[in-house]
Design a binder for this molecule. Structure first.
Ligand code: TEU
Length: 571
């Protein structure tokens, strides 16, 4: 239950104070670093740990509490590190374990925490565990999903990254399951030896000083017995197997066992967040209800898939009512038990200002989207560059893409289905994950200050206008707006714990909602359109944060957001 607080008055500076503090991460903001694209210290065109260390003061200035590192373990980089070949090492491209130890110490020195990305639904096919399991007589044969079959793949599941979810291995004379690329074989979590090895590794990292984990596709680890065939959608070459591998029959058993074996004997300062594609509100409530001792929170995907057709590639422009009603559904669903993570961006999603905003009103729409998200109830996540309003990149053609998901999609669509390359590329431009992975824009100088070498992915040419150096210290920048939102979350119990209510749910351009705690209320009014609109609600109150300098009565200008504080007694 989240009623671990009550307002007991105000401190000198006027902020409401609460009787007891609930879990620290309910007042925290997390910043995701995609190390490969964050900061390169040695000129090889790839971000690294020393580069991250050099930017910690920037992150401390922004005010974030937790850093989430995307994978930096030893990996052949088939999926940019989400294919791990040694969980207890650092890939030389990023640095060394000693440098990571220094990063942990420097993060803690600044009062921040660091969580690692845990990818344990699958390993790399170059992991020694998998290599050993290729021998049918090895002790690790049952650590992966091996099946013999005389007539092709054991079932009709498609890989999430195109093609079949099964790869035939000549040495083994058998197929192995891979929900992602063929170089990412799925671990068999039915095997207690697999679970024990994962828990031992997690404890090794916690003993080394990390503060928790973001758990990659953790709700895919339990597969349905028998691995039954799925439905093949019209026009598709393979079936959607997710009804048989997402949120499977033993998921909660595994998460509660992980909690007992890893988290239970740790201090309360940890953070555990599960990435859970396809999870429903009810399933998320079970995973994040703290009384069930599973995880603290999850990343759900519903709001990120509203603009998808049968796949993310046949996407459409989203209507505002769908988006705001979906977030409201999750606010209501996890109001009494469980906790929301709040995000627009990560390394898998296109940049939100290009996706849901309007680059013609770049500053206004970037700050409006930030304010709306950060004033919801939950823990906000900021993805590197989001605090600067970084945008999608205009890819020149298939040769500029680096992401295996995009490249496989292009190949299957054009070569497999005969689709027109230009049409396929146009779809990719809007939603490809590479949009999020262009190098962080630090300055308006060469390669945006990301590297002195040739970057692994092109730098967005708009870095001459959109960059950290131009924004830090400028009170009217996107960076400074995010900084104020983070400060608001740290200080204001209404933001942290206030109940949520969506107003004007069907309005096509206005996003209006309240957060209420005791007699205090915050009203958020936002205009997600280019026309001036009259506010059909009473928006009186003390302006807490706004993206235009002075409010104009009860009218909202293009992409204007305003947050006002008032008493619910109307005085
Ligand atoms: O992503 C999980 C996932 O479902 C993604 O495939 C996502 O839905 C897709 O990329 C949207 O286009 C996690 C990681 O975040 C991702 O980077 C990895 O590629 C994937 O798992 C496999 O580890």
């Amino acid at each position: 239950m989240d009623n671990e607080f009550q307002m007991i008055g105000r401190c000198e500076s006027g902020w409401p104070t609460v009787a007891s503090v609930s879990h620290w991460w309910k007042n925290a903001v997390v910043y995701q670093i995609y190390p490969r694209s964050f900061a390169d210290s040695d000129g090889d065109g790839l971000g690294d740990i020393e580069g991250i260390i050099s930017k910690l003061d920037y992150l401390a200035d922004l005010g974030v509490d937790v850093l989430w590192l995307s994978p930096i373990y030893k990996s052949p980089q088939d999926d940019n590190g989400y294919d791990i070949s040694d969980y207890q090492s650092i890939d030389p491209m990023f640095g060394s374990l000693e440098q990571l130890d220094r990063l942990i110490a420097e993060v803690h020195h600044r009062g921040m925490k660091l969580i690692m990305d845990l990818v344990v639904n699958h390993t790399s096919d170059e992991h020694p565990w998998f290599q050993e399991s290729r021998d049918p007589d090895s002790a690790k044969r049952d650590w992966y999903w091996w099946r013999t079959s005389d007539d092709g793949p054991p079932n009709n599941w498609g890989s999430i990254f195109s093609g079949s979810a099964w790869q035939f291995d000549e040495q083994s004379q058998a197929y192995y399951l891979h929900l992602f690329t063929r170089k990412q074989p799925d671990l068999n979590w039915e095997n207690p030896e697999v679970r024990g090895a994962v828990y031992a590794m997690m404890n090794w990292w916690l003993d080394r000083g990390v503060d928790g984990f973001r758990m990659d596709v953790i709700n895919l680890i339990s597969k349905a017995p028998g691995l039954p065939d799925g439905e093949v959608a019209p026009g598709e070459l393979h079936a959607d197997g997710s009804p048989y591998y997402a949120n499977g029959p033993r998921l909660h058993e595994y998460l509660q066992e992980m909690n007992r074996e890893v988290f239970a004997h740790r201090d309360a300062d940890m953070l555990t967040v599960g990435e859970t594609p396809g999870v429903s509100v009810e399933q998320a409530k079970l995973i994040t209800d703290l009384d069930r001792l599973e995880l603290d929170m999850v990343f759900q995907f519903e709001h990120m898939e509203l603009d998808h057709g049968t796949t993310k590639w046949d996407h459409r422009r989203l209507e505002l009512p769908e988006l705001k009603q979906n977030l409201a559904k999750w606010q209501d669903g996890l109001a009494q038990a469980g906790w929301n993570s709040l995000y627009w961006n990560n390394h898998d999603q296109p940049r939100v200002v290009s996706r849901f905003g309007d680059t013609a009103y770049w500053y206004e729409s970037a700050t409006l989207l930030a304010a709306v998200l950060h004033l919801h109830k939950g823990t906000p996540y900021i993805y590197q560059g989001e605090e600067l309003g970084m945008t999608n990149y205009a890819f020149a053609g298939i040769d500029q893409y680096r992401d295996v998901e995009a490249i496989n999609y292009f190949r299957e669509a054009v070569e497999g289905k005969g689709e027109d390359p230009a049409t396929v590329l146009a779809a990719m431009q809007e939603v490809a994950r590479d949009n999020a992975r262009t190098p962080m824009q630090w300055t308006d100088g060469p390669q945006a200050g990301f590297t002195t070498g040739e970057p692994w992915l092109p730098v967005n040419p708009n870095h001459t206008r959109i960059n950290a150096a131009a924004q830090v210290g400028d009170p009217h920048s996107v960076f400074s707006f995010y900084r104020r939102l983070i400060e608001l979350r740290h200080k204001d119990p209404v933001v942290q714990h206030g109940s949520f209510e969506l107003l004007l749910a069907d309005d096509p351009v206005l996003w209006v909602f309240t957060r209420t705690l005791g007699s205090e209320q915050l009203l958020v009014v936002a205009n997600l359109g280019n026309e001036v609109v009259d506010l059909p609600v009473d928006a009186h109150g003390e302006t807490v944060i706004a993206n235009y300098d002075e409010p104009v009565g009860d009218r909202l200008r293009a992409w204007e957001v305003r947050v006002v504080r008032r008493s619910v007694n109307g005085d």
